[in-house]
Structures are given as C-alpha cells and as structure tokens.
Design a protein around this ligand. Structure first.
Ligand SMILES: Nc1ncnc2c1ncn2[C@@H]1O[C@H](COP(=O)(O)OP(=O)(O)OP(=O)(O)O)[C@@H](O)[C@H]1O
Ligand code: SF4
Ligand SMILES: [Mg+2]
Length: 333
C-alpha cells in the first residue's frame, strides 16, 4: 500500500554566518491514509524545521539539502513553487506553533477560515461562511456567528490556536501537520481538539503528523512515533510498542521524565545534561555524552537506524533489552 505521505532521507541545512548547520539529517517516515504519526523530542531537536520542510515553508536561511517528500507519490521537493501553493492548504495544511504569526492581523477570523473553502471547494460566499461557522463551532469557539467578525487580536492565544486548527481543516486536506497544536489550550479543550482530529482521521481518511512534547498526547492520538534528537530520528515504530518497551536510551529518558504519564507517579527522572549544539555535534551516537549506557564504542560507532522488530528501528548499538530492563521497570508498571 502506498503511504499518503512518504518522507525519505530528508535533510535540511541552515546557513549561518559561521557555516551551514545540519538542522535535519536523514529523516525518514511514512504516514498511511487516516493514520497519525507523532514526532517527539526535546526543544531544538528539529521537529518544527522538519514540518516546515515538508510544506516548502522553510525560513530563507534554511534549505532542503537532500531527500524526498512524497504526497501520494508526488515529490514535493522537486515540485514548482506554483504547485506547492496549490497543495498548501487544500491538500496539506499546517497548524503552526505560533498562531499569531500565521494569522492575518487585518482580516476577520471568519473570512480567514472561509477563504480556503471559497477558493478550493467551489463554495459561494454564504456557503463558505456557513462552513466557517460550522468549523468554529467544531473547534470549540463559543458564539461562532458573532466571533466570525472578530480580528485575531481580539482572541486569546487558545482561541487563535483553535482558529488555526479550523483553517487547517477547512478544505478536508489529505494531510494535516500539527506543531504543538494544543499546548496553549486548557485540558478540556485540548481533549476536545484531540478527539476532533482523531475523528477526522477516521471519517475523512486525513493523515496527521503530530509534533508535541506531551507523550500521553502521542499515545492518545498516534499509531506510530519517531523520536528526534539533534536533527535525527533515533527510534521509530508503533506507539504501543515503543512506549511499552523503548529500544533507545533517549526514548527511555523521555518516558521517565514525562510529567503526566500515569506510570511515572512514583517519581520523574530527568535526562542528565542538555542537547548538543548543531555547531558542535558529537561524533558517533549524538546522545553519547548524556547516555547512562554509553561505552567507548558509542563515541565512534556509526549509529545508522537498524531494524530491531517488525516496523521498528533504533539507532542505538546497545539496544538489547536486558541492558535497559533495570530502568524499564519503573516506567511501565
Ligand atoms: N531560522 C533559524 N535560524 C537559525 N537556526 C534555526 C532557525 N530555526 C531553527 N533553528 C535551529 O534549528 C534547530 C531545530 O529547530 P526547531 O525549531 O525545528 O526545533 P523544535 O524541535 O521544533 O523545538 P521546540 O520543541 O522548541 O519547538 C534548533 O537548533 C534551532 O536553533
Ligand atoms: S549508541 Fe551508546 S550512547 Fe548511543 S544511545 Fe546507545 S548506548 Fe547510548
Ligand atoms: Mg518547534
């Protein structure tokens, strides 16, 4: 079966005054129709840059330096700007981490939501407005008929995030990229939005790529997950297996330091140290300066992703279960 979204060996460089920085290196994953794929990792690991690269929305100082992004087989890396503009929104949309920067400050929010359906779904002005009101209601914006006429600055951060989600869903795209879509929202609304996104996948076959720091949210929404660190994927596979039995010490560290995991009620164990700078990435395994299992080999070994089980890969050369078992116990009760 061809995946709706296929990312193969994607690399992104950021040009700085002191040379090119490898912000994303050899990232690969697939998302099937109607499935949700999660991307997790600490701040600065390259999650947002990866999502922006998928849609050709990188900042001017960044560029794709290799790889492919295929939407139902069509390569977007080699697509023309014109074709990308046709795809962005109606075919593949994005909920940005910073809603204010993505909304037009001088356009009424209702018109911003109605714009896509008018241009791409062939709806007339009143049909598109009705669709916008319906979407506003779905994402939990109270009194949508009245709020239709508000401007972004009249909305709270959480409300703006919901407007962004409504815009992203407005044309029933094949893929929705979500960058921390619910971080600014309270728990009830977060749950409502997550249910909406999950229902959308099931009903319309929309595929999701979901970036979040919140591991239980990944567990709630996604079927597969990849763990990113210093621009690379260190582990990838089915959520149910990876969260139950991580095969990379970094994944284990993320799980043990996740504050809202039921299994961590006996205490959190933060990951020692901090992620490396892109300017001075360590050789061998990028996680070795922080890894409790590191051996001498780890600072020199090639840490390519290896298949460890059906649909599962890890970049750890010492991924054997026994090694991690002592730490696994407190994670999974
Ligand atoms: N415009 C830019 N110029 C220079 N460096 C950048 C730029 N955008 C991102 N970076 C760098 O690229 C790396 C990846 O950034 P990215 O925003 O993708 O991280 P992230 O995983 O989304 O983090 P967060 O969880 O904080 O959102 C970081 O080291 C960041 O400093
Ligand atoms: S390769 Fe070595 S340093 Fe890297 S995660 Fe595995 S044990 Fe730790
Ligand atoms: Mg980000």
């Amino acid at each position: 079966m061809t995946a709706t979204l296929e990312v193969e060996d994607l690399s992104v460089r950021i040009n700085s005054r002191r040379g090119a920085l490898p912000a994303v290196q050899g990232v690969s994953f697939e998302v099937q129709r109607g499935q949700a794929f999660g991307l997790v990792g600490e701040s600065g690991s390259g999650k947002s840059i990866t999502l922006k690269a998928l849609l050709g929305l990188l900042p001017p100082e960044a560029a794709i330096s290799g790889g492919h992004v295929r939407l139902d087989g069509e390569d977007l890396v080699t697509a023309s700007q014109r074709r990308l503009r046709q795809i962005r929104g109606p075919e593949m949309s994005m909920v940005f981490q910073e809603p204010m920067s993505a909304l037009n400050p001088v356009m009424r929010v209702g018109d911003q939501i109605a714009e896509g359906p008018r241009l791409h779904l062939g709806l007339g002005r009143s049909g598109a407005a009705a669709r916008a009101v319906e979407l506003m209601r779905k994402v939990g914006i109270p009194d949508p008929e009245r709020r239709f006429r508000s401007y972004p600055h009249q909305f709270s951060g959480g409300m703006r995030q919901r407007v962004m989600i409504a815009i992203a869903l407005s044309c029933n795209p094949r893929v929705v990229l979500c960058d921390e879509p619910t971080t600014a929202l309270d728990v009830t609304i977060q749950d409502q939005i997550l249910r909406l996104l999950t229902a959308l996948c099931a009903e319309s076959g929309t595929s999701l790529v979901f970036v979040t720091h919140d591991l239980p949210v990944i567990a709630q929404v996604c079927q597969t997950v990849a763990v990113m660190y210093a621009g690379r994927i260190l582990e990838r596979g089915p959520v149910s297996e990876i969260f139950r039995e991580p095969r990379h010490p970094y994944t284990l560290g993320l799980l043990r330091s996740a504050p809202n995991f039921e299994e961590n009620r006996s205490g959190l164990v933060p990951i020692a140290g901090s992620p490396p700078s892109l300017r001075s990435l360590p050789g061998g395994c990028p996680f070795h300066p922080r890894c409790p299992f590191a051996t001498e080999d780890c600072s020199t070994a090639a840490t390519e992703l290896r298949v460890v089980a059906a649909d599962r890969v890890t970049a750890c050369i010492h991924d054997d279960r026994a090694l991690h078992a002592q730490l696994l116990q407190p994670v999974i009760s």
